[in-house]
Design a protein around this ligand. Structure first.
Ligand code: ATP
Length: 300
């Protein structure tokens, strides 16, 4: 079993004309865990992964596998398995045939083909034409390809995109299994909810910059505590909050106040003669914390 090496981004910056796609990005991804690389559409995830895989040259900084850039790896296919875009397979050829072409080109022995097909649950379909495969089966074949060289590092761009519920359930277990085998698994997604059940760690970027790095559970506590309060007379409530020097934003269910104690808001409203229709501490789910970090607004 190959040992996973860490993925290291250090001060990576890349612009396309006036657009800064990746901005001084630094983080490390460790083996033995599934790490979610998260951010809204356009945050710079794909560009970062393309830089990591030597497909795009950064303006500055380095992205390496244990200190070695992809292009300098002596055996790239046996070190890193990567699936960036939805793989396109010739519809007239079988899964086995596709993998055989790559295996031959990379000098990988034929036994690996059956091993990877088994691993992704495609053994029974190995000799069928890919044209008849469902999207989920194609995704599995793409993953089989990434595993062909038995790499210690897996880099997967939006692998859950487009999968049906059964496929999603399968891939969650699959990613966990790969990490449990000691591999480094980096999985990008623009939806935290999509990968929440598969990842141990998160790297969150927005507008090309790192906004959060830590265990998935760290997202729960990082969100600033807030109180949600509403009144039949919102304007009067807003005026009372402003007069007390409290910052707030407006959400569908009320005003979100940068304050952890609902009692303080209740007292303040009472003192200002403002009737309240609701008052509670905001329940911050992981998704709320994520959206707050990436500037996605309030999902209340
Ligand atoms: N080849 C390119 N030429 C010009 N602009 C680009 C190019 N590649 C990416 N960009 C821009 O860089 C920014 C980051 O794009 P990127 O695809 O890396 O984001 P992303 O987080 O992967 O988003 P998505 O989930 O939508 O793919 C976007 O503003 C995008 O329009």
């Amino acid at each position: 079993m190959p040992i996973g090496v860490s993925i290291e981004f250090s001060g990576v910056t890349k612009s396309f004309g006036p657009v800064t796609a990746v901005d001084d990005l630094s983080f490390t991804v460790e083996p033995g865990r599934v790490t979610g690389f998260l951010g809204p559409n356009g945050a710079g995830k794909t560009t970062s992964l393309r830089i990591l895989l030597g497909l795009v040259r950064p303006a500055s900084g380095t992205a390496t596998f244990g200190g070695i850039s992809y292009r300098e790896l002596p055996h790239p296919l046996t070190t890193v398995g990567a699936a960036l875009e939805a793989a396109s397979f010739h519809p007239g050829r079988t899964a086995r045939n596709h993998l055989a072409v790559y295996a031959t080109a990379a000098g990988i022995e034929r036994e690996r083909i059956d091993a990877v097909l088994r691993k992704v649950g495609l053994s029974g379909y190995a000799d069928r034409r890919v044209g008849g495969y469902s999207l989920g089966m194609r995704q599995r074949l793409g993953l089989a390809f990434t595993l062909l060289g038995d790499p210690g590092v897996l880099v997967l761009d939006e692998p859950i995109n487009g999968l049906d519920p059964e496929g999603i359930k399968w891939i969650r277990g699959f990613l966990r299994e790969l990490a449990a085998e000691g591999r480094t698994v980096l999985v990008s997604s623009h939806l935290l909810s999509e990968v929440q059940q598969s990842v141990d760690e998160v790297v969150i970027i927005a507008k090309g910059s790192l906004v959060h790095r830590g265990a998935l559970s760290s997202l729960d506590t990082d969100a600033a505590p807030r109180v949600v309060v509403d009144s039949p007379d919102r304007d009067a409530l807003a005026a009372a909050l402003t007069a007390a020097g409290l910052g707030f934003s407006t959400a569908r269910t009320g005003l979100l106040v940068a304050e952890s104690d609902p009692g303080r808001i209740g007292h303040l409203a009472f003192a200002a003669g403002v009737e309240l229709s609701s008052l509670h501490r905001q329940k911050t789910g992981l998704e709320d914390s994520f959206l707050a970090l990436v500037g996605g607004g309030d999902s209340l």
